[in-house]
Design a protein around this ligand. Structure first.
Ligand code: GLV
Ligand code: MN
Ligand code: MN
Ligand code: MN
Length: 414
């Protein structure tokens, strides 16, 4: 656990100083950037940091049955109803940037300081949320914490998800002290929430091009993940003639090229294979099997389905041509979501004339949107790059983001 000598004193209130406190946690020397998968030492250290920071602000920190953290600024009455929630996630993709997730958490803490400095006496509870496994980089399903909370994923399916080392989610959750019987939908907790606002680094160039620091979120592209497996004959790279091979790497490579071709034929489609796992994975070994993962997104869910169907057919054909076995399964699917119009309008009004930007990235706010009025704020990322060490936010923009969040929360809490 990461111990901070600031915890017992008045917490620093700038976003930059909060981000600075965690800048050393989970650095990935091989890939660059940060690797902070859920329940790794790095992610646990970040949870410890959040818990200390929240406690230093006199917030009551609780972990829900699915491993999300909730830090409550309660009313004097202690009644938890119609609460305003804000927050994001602390896990990362492999080799991710510093801001995707943590910016929303640090901004939430900074916003509490701003509201306290304004002497705000909230009329509704405020709660800071940290969701686990937002990226799905360990167990394969993005937004796992919010999907479990809302019942968007079947609990048995979730318990049986496996990480790359073969551990089930149930095993890892139990190892980290969760009561496996409590994992799953939590309508009582969800029912305490009246609004959710997630601040997030922008993951494209929209605000950079508009030369504006903060935007209100418009919609999230529908997206899903599929697992493909090609199997052939593992063999020796030196003794096996080319004509005698059944090489699943060739089938996978041809499929990846087809993915690009199929997605390019559809306006606004995005299809990616970013993870590929050859078994056993030796330079002088023809693989016996290759697992690879497909991510497809499009604003029209019917087009997403059609693109995936075309890819499925192409992969089947390629597998047959390469004399390989083929398996195809869906890991997750999220429809295109719009945010709550009324809440988004309030956010926009508190920001002046902020632009509204759609995003191709998934967020817990998109999962919660079906259950709690939800909205998002995006903070400018001048690189336009994300899920990469090159993701970036200027300190001044981060402070403007926290201020925008504080203004929005103040409007909702007053
Ligand atoms: C998560 O960031 C995603 O959009 O994949
Ligand atoms: Mn994120
Ligand atoms: Mn992300
Ligand atoms: Mn995301």
């Amino acid at each position: 656990m990461h111990h901070l000598d600031t915890a017992s004193t008045i917490p620093a209130s700038t976003v930059a100083s909060l981000m600075g406190q965690i800048a050393g946690i989970g650095r990935d020397r091989l890939r660059g950037g940060y690797t902070r998968p859920v329940y790794s030492t790095a992610e646990l250290d970040l949870r410890g940091w959040f818990t200390e920071q929240a406690a230093a602000r006199q917030l009551s920190v609780e972990q829900d049955g699915n491993g999300a953290l909730w830090a409550w600024w309660d009313l004097p009455s202690g009644i938890r109803a119609d609460a305003v929630a804000t927050g994001s996630h602390l896990d990362s993709v492999p080799g991710g940037g510093a801001f995707d997730g943590p910016l929303g958490v640090a901004s939430a803490l900074a916003a509490v300081d701003i509201l306290r400095s304004r002497n705000l006496k909230p009329t509704r509870p405020l709660v800071l949320a940290v969701f686990p496994e937002e990226e799905g980089s360990r167990f394969g399903v993005a937004c796992l914490g919010s999907r479990l909370l809302t019942g968007a994923i079947d609990r048995d399916k979730a318990l049986n998800l496996r990480d790359p080392d073969g551990n089930t989610f149930a095993e890892i959750a139990a190892h980290h002290g969760l009561d496996v019987r409590r994992i799953g939908a939590d309508p009582a907790l969800l029912g305490q929430l009246g609004a959710f606002v997630e601040l997030h680094v922008e993951q494209g160039l929209g605000l950079g091009q508009l030369q504006h620091p903060v935007a209100v979120g418009g919609s999230i592209l529908g997206h899903g993940r599929w697992k493909l497996s090609m199997s052939g004959q593992g063999n020796h790279a030196g003794t096996t003639l080319m004509r005698d091979r059944r090489d699943p790497m060739v089938a996978a490579g041809r499929t990846i090229a087809a993915v690009q071709q199929i997605a390019r034929a559809q306006d606004n489609a995005r299809a990616t294979v970013g993870r590929l796992h050859p078994v056993p994975g030796g330079t002088n070994v023809i693989a016996s099997r290759v697992d690879f993962w497909l991510d497809v997104r499009h604003p029209d869910d019917a087009v997403t389905a059609a693109v995936v169907q075309d890819i499925h057919r192409a992969a089947q054909q390629i597998a047959a041509e390469e004399d390989c076995g083929f398996e195809f399964s869906q890991e997750s699917l999220s429809p295109t979501v719009g945010f709550d119009a009324d809440l988004s309008r309030k956010l926009g009004a508190s920001l002046g004339n902020a632009p509204v930007l759609d995003t191709g990235a998934g967020h817990d706010a998109g999962v919660l949107a079906g259950h709690v009025p939800s909205a998002m704020l995006f903070v400018r990322n001048p690189s336009g790059i994300s899920h990469s060490p090159e993701e970036y936010v200027e300190d001044a923009d981060a402070e403007l983001g926290a201020l925008a969040l504080a203004d929005a929360l103040q409007g909702l809490l007053s």
